[in-house]
Ligand binder design. Structure first.
Ligand code: RNT
Ligand code: ZN
Length: 420
């Protein structure tokens, strides 16, 4: 790596941005304050540590790249490497499946913070915040593809208890780590084929949620979020927790709505939804993912949609109201690389947005000079944000450019390849 050349390129870029009225320093300060929530489940193909079944719930990982994490220690070690290769300080997002000190007789309805003691200790030591997700899949009581909307009251009771337990776990994370834990609820409930009764399951889901959220928890400890979906494998015709369902529910109950990039019709844009939702709700959670055909969870690339979302959040001054959490799983490539590629892309997109000259664009729009607006929007795509990104990585003590890949390869050789 040639530090002198990187610095020179950065300084030239800085000058060019200054000419356009953009402060690179300010952009970097803002970027440094952004904390992504890195999902733990990319590291082991959403398997978790319960060993009671295989992944279901209409989500799937394909591929059998060697080196999957099999224990909490392995997963934490892999996450630690990923975090060292991503500039900035970030959070880790856990699923209930990942309880690390659970006794065999503990089921999901009776999980408590004590079952995450290893994670809490690890996060404390590294000053990481932890977010949480109840797991409504890969469990005998989710085999029908229905959980909180199941017609059987006993099954619903079990899953309601799981939701309540999960919020308590989030509260403990918030208390022990000094930063509120976002507890995001997603359920797979739905039907493969056309239902006769679309109302019933949604009414039951609403009732179940009312019980889960009956007890308000301090905002300093927990932020509750609910995540909708359009369809899944085996729930192609009907998903109980649709976008309209949760948008209504979240607005009414003051919960956070979670928009997953892969959970909408392919021509729908998450970017366009943000300004509408933030008029009526305080905060949003984004599951940064990438839909491809039937799969809603491909590794995040530097796509137009990602850049459009980043611009929306930045231009709307909403970085403190929009929480960014990665959510993808690919078992066909090195899993640590997947984390690093996705997370670095999210940050890169934010940086590109922070560096885009906004004032000239706004002026053109106010004058209704749509020719200039389009011309400038396109020209600004060529501004040298890459030089600023490289410099940011350098100053953040993380590898510049593709140099991170060599570190992943080394770890693959030394650690991952030793796993059976
Ligand atoms: C599934 C949802 C959900 C999951 C994780 C494992 O379609 O996106 O967020 O990916 O909770
Ligand atoms: Zn998601």
């Amino acid at each position: 790596m040639n530090t002198a050349r990187l610095t020179r390129a950065f300084e030239l870029a800085q000058e060019q941005y200054a000419e356009q009225g953009v402060s690179v320093d300010k952009a970097l300060r803002t970027l440094r304050a952004v904390s992504l929530s890195l999902h733990c489940w990319q590291g082991d193909d959403v398997a978790g540590f319960e060993r009671i079944g295989t992944l279901d719930g209409g989500i799937a990982t394909t591929g059998n790249y060697p080196g999957r994490a099999r224990t909490p220690e392995e997963l934490r070690s892999d996450l630690a490497l990923a975090l060292r290769l991503i500039p900035g300080s970030h959070r880790v997002n856990l699923h209930a499946l990942y309880a690390d000190t659970r006794k065999p007789d503990t089921d999901r309805d009776s999980l408590g913070p004590e079952h995450f003691a290893g994670w809490i200790a690890w996060a404390r030591e590294r000053r990481l915040g932890l977010d949480f997700n109840p797991s409504y899949f890969s469990h005998p009581l989710a085999k029908d593809g229905l959980t909180l909307s199941h017609p059987d009251k006993a099954i619903r009771r079990f899953w309601i208890a799981h939701g309540i337990a999960s919020r308590q776990i989030g509260a403990a994370f918030g208390r022990k780590l000094g930063t509120p834990s976002i507890v995001n609820l997603w359920i797979p409930d739905g039907f493969k084929d056309t239902p006769v009764d679309r109302f019933g399951p949604r009414e039951r889901l609403r009732e179940s949620l009312d019980e889960i959220y009956a007890r308000p928890l301090p905002r300093a400890l927990v932020r509750d979020a609910v995540e909708s979906k359009l369809f899944g494998l085996g729930s192609e015709s009907y998903v109980v927790g649709s976008h309209e369902f949760y948008m209504g529910y979240a607005m009414k109950k003051g919960l956070m709505l979670c928009l997953d990039f892969g959970h909408f019709h392919p021509t729908e844009s998450i970017a366009d939804k943000i300004s509408s939702l933030l008029l009526f709700t305080n905060e949003l959670l984004l599951h940064v993912s990438r839909g491809v055909r039937w799969d809603s969870d491909h590794v995040v690339t530097f796509s137009d949609e990602l850049q459009a979302v980043a611009r929306e959040v930045v231009v709307g001054n909403a970085l403190d109201r929009v929480h960014l959490a990665t959510d993808f799983f690919d078992a066909s490539i090195n899993r640590i690389a997947a984390w690093v590629i996705g997370a670095r892309n999210v940050l890169k997109a934010l940086l590109a947005a922070l560096l885009t000259p906004t004032t000239p664009l706004q002026k053109a729009e106010q004058k209704r000079d749509f020719t200039a607006r389009l011309a400038l929007q396109e020209e600004y795509k060529n501004l040298p944000f890459g030089a600023v990104w490289d410099y940011y990585c350098l100053k953040s003590d993380v590898p510049v450019g593709d140099a991170w890949l060599a570190e992943v390869r080394r770890y693959e050789h030394d650690v991952l390849s030793q796993r059976g």
